[in-house]
Design a protein around this ligand. Structure first.
Ligand code: NAP
Length: 230
């Protein structure tokens, strides 16, 4: 089986890909962050460049997966965030966030699904954010497009279930790697104190959830919160 991670070049994505590679064959994509400096193992994992706004790139990636002739678990992690309040968020800011966070996820799922249908097995795993629920100020593009991603996953779960394909969301809270790295120590402390488990999430927590969804054939259309119980 191959785990295909779209948008796995962030610190969080690389760590998750590395953890999953102990159990599965993993191919992970990057867009701007060239993995040339990564260690050999990661260079292998981050084998594919894919800009999800490019139909040609998507088609090349799907052809790559088709050539592998293996069961596929697709993990969609790519994201674009616009930290702007609604009044300052232009229509093109919104469109880019929706395109990267939701529309491209649907486009890729639609193109990978026929490969899954051939094998009567497939897993779609979409990575979302707790902000789709908490909707904090400044996330009109990010949180709302993640919300659209979550609903899209539920629709796909109903449409593809009869082909042995499940579609689920993992909705992440605050992770130690990635977005949280850009915040100040004071902000992180404040966030940590709001999390019942008293700590930020780890890449291992994310990899564990993906493994669970891959193994489960009766979990479908779910939104699994990985957030320490916020
Ligand atoms: N880290 C957190 O605390 C946290 C919390 C909640 C949810 N999440 C979710 O977890 C996932 C990973 O988060 P992160 O913090 O690692 O985010 P990140 O650092 O912003 O990384 C975003 C990823 O998306 C890729 N990407 C952006 N635009 C793209 C495009 N046009 N085409 C293809 N790939 C594109 C980036 O590739 P390049 O860098 O190569 O351009 C990168 O791999 C996201 O879906 C995010 O919403 C994270």
């Amino acid at each position: 089986m191959i785990v295909a991670i779209v948008g796995g070049s962030s610190r969080l994505g690389r760590d998750v890909a590395g953890l999953l590679s102990s159990s599965y064959r993993v191919v992970s994509t990057y867009n701007k962050r060239n993995p040339a400096g990564a260690c050999n193992n990661l260079r292998e994992i981050l084998g594919q460049r894919l800009d999800v706004t490019s139909e040609n790139d998507i088609d090349a990636f799907v052809s790559f997966l088709e050539d592998r002739k293996e069961p596929i678990a697709l993990v969609y992690m790519a994201c674009h965030s616009e930290d702007k309040i609604a009044q300052h968020c232009s229509q093109s800011d919104l469109a880019l966030a929706y395109e990267v966070n939701c529309w491209a996820a649907i486009a890729i799922a639609k193109k990978v699904a026929p490969l899954m249908i051939k094998r009567s097995w497939g897993r779609l795993v979409f990575v979302s954010s707790i902000t789709s629920r908490t909707a904090p100020p400044g996330t009109i593009a990010y949180a709302a497009s993640k919300s659209a991603l979550e609903t899209s996953s539920r629709v796909l779960s109903r449409e593809y279930a009869r082909f042995g394909i499940t579609s689920n969301v993992i909705r992440l809270g605050y992770m130690s790697a990635g977005l949280a790295e850009s915040l100040s120590v004071e902000t992180i402390d404040k966030i940590r104190s709001s999390i019942p488990t008293g700590r930020l999430g780890s890449p291992d927590n994310v990899a564990h959830a993906i493994r669970f969804i891959i193994d489960a054939d009766y979990v479908n259309g779910a939104i699994l919160p990985i957030d320490g119980g916020i």
